[in-house]
Design a protein around this ligand. Structure first.
Ligand code: FAD
Length: 396
């Protein structure tokens, strides 16, 4: 039985694991985290995501996990609304949709859909990849050496597979000038309820504090600020950085800064895009954020991860790569031909996207709120459609 190694048990990794197993592969998934990673905000089922999940037979599970949402609102430091965009706005193509579920739940649904021919190894990663006519020999951090017919890097924007096989991240990385911390807040009796609204408070100096609906009794918190790099791996330095950046920002920032320190799923990362001239070499291929990260600002990372994994599995199946490993390179070419236009278009952020998420000045914050109101006016429909046309985007 042909044996594939997938590095990363995220959205793209576990989608691919399900589909490869269904087409007769034996699959090993290695994940650096000690368990399936949780955390992250809601992901949108509009477009590709819904269609891929439907074809996989997992749409009902996803729909059963939807988080009730009413829309997004921009508020002042005192909590007064400057603008709001309900889920019905822009013909249902606004920032928040009715059909969103937490990334945590989607990852769990995909993970649970893997069967007995998929082995997950948590708390491990790859240290070296060596290609030979027999396959790719992988050295794991745990010390083991093993040979696979195919290796897939689905290990996210800071991919280790990419670094080992294609070179340093800096060659491919385009920073967008923002960093983002996120975590789940457990509601206390005194926690202000959201009533189904995602609330965003922008402060001058490109700082944004957001709280979005999560599971009952929880809110998903996001803190966005200006930065091209962060102190990776040093949690205390990260909290100190957040304390400095959000000092005096108002609204619930102080509450969130305190809660971040005890949140089990706290994470901090930069916003960037990854642009690579090719996503495969020999028997190694990248899929999802590791190949084409378009950044959370595109709103399309999960859709592309699902769609890319489906395209890769289909190309491997169509070319018979499972029985004839010589066909693997043909499959990789077909996969890339199908996905590249999609990924490149998704990477073209709508004009002013960074300023919209994190306006620089007070004037820009007011301007952004006015813009959010303006684009919902009936007479602006044509302009909005033109600005988002061809990119595969809703306005988010
Ligand atoms: C915890 C988490 C929360 C997120 N929250 C959001 C969000 O709120 N909004 C948003 O737009 N996007 C978010 N993302 C990114 C989003 O999931 C992706 O953009 C998209 O779904 C594409 O998925 P992916 O599988 O390519 O990458 P991911 O879903 O990021 O999965 C990558 C997986 O690879 C694992 N990994 C990383 N390095 C290694 C390694 N060296 N060895 C083995 N495994 C490794 C990671 O732990 C992760 O499980 C989040 C990602 C994670 C991991």
């Amino acid at each position: 039985m042909a044996h594939a190694l997938i590095v990363g048990a995220g959205i793209a990794g576990d989608t691919l694991a399900v589909l490869l197993e269904r087409s007769g592969w034996r699959v090993t998934v290695v994940e650096i985290a000690p368990a399936l990673r949780s955390g992250g905000q809601t992901v949108d089922l509009r477009g590709d995501s819904r269609e891929v999940l439907e074809r996989m037979g997992l749409l009902d599970d996803a729909l059963a996990a939807l988080v009730p949402q009413r829309g997004m609102a921009w508020i002042t430091a005192r909590g007064r609304r400057l603008a709001s965009m309900p889920v019905e706005a822009l013909g249902g193509r606004g920032f928040v949709s009715r059909e969103e579920l937490l990334r945590t739940d989607l990852a769990r649904i995909l993970h649970d859909a893997t069967g007995e021919h998929v082995e997950h190894r948590f708390g491990d990663t790859v240290e070296a990849l060596t290609e030979s006519p027999d396959g790719v020999t992988v050295r794991f951090r745990s010390g083991k050496d093993e040979t696979f017919d195919l290796v897939v890097g689905a290990d996210g924007a800071h991919s280790k597979v990419r670094a080992l096989h294609f070179g340093d991240e800096e060659q491919y990385r385009k920073p967008l000038g923002l960093a983002h911390a996120w975590f789940t807040l457990r509601e206390q009796p005194a926690t202000p309820p959201l009533g189904g609204w995602a609330l965003v408070h922008n402060a001058a100096g490109r700082r944004a504090v957001a709280s979005r609906p999560g599971h009952s009794g929880e809110q998903e918190i996001g803190l966005t600020f200006e930065a091209d790099s962060i102190p990776r791996g040093d949690r205390e330095a990260q909290f100190a950085l957040l304390d400095r950046e959000f000092d005096g920002v108002g609204w619930r920032a102080a509450e969130f800064l305190a809660a971040a320190r005890t949140a089990p799923d706290f994470a901090l990362d930069t916003y960037e895009q990854i642009h690579m001239p090719t996503w495969s070499s020999g028997r190694v291929v990248l899929v999802g954020d590791s190949a084409w990260c378009t950044s959370p600002l595109s709103g399309l990372g999960t859709a592309l991860g699902l769609h890319g994994a489906e395209q890769l599995a289909a190309a491997l199946d169509r070319t018979g790569a499972k029985d004839d490993t010589a066909a693997i390179s043909v499959a990789f070419k077909e996969f890339e031909a199908a996905m590249r236009p999609r990924a490149e278009s998704a990477g073209q952020l709508i004009p002013g996207r960074v300023d919209m998420v994190a306006p620089k000045s007070r004037l820009a914050i007011i301007g952004n709120a006015l813009l959010m109101r303006l684009i919902q006016l009936r007479i602006m429909r044509g302009v909005v459609a033109k600005a988002t046309a061809g990119s595969g985007h809703s306005v988010d």
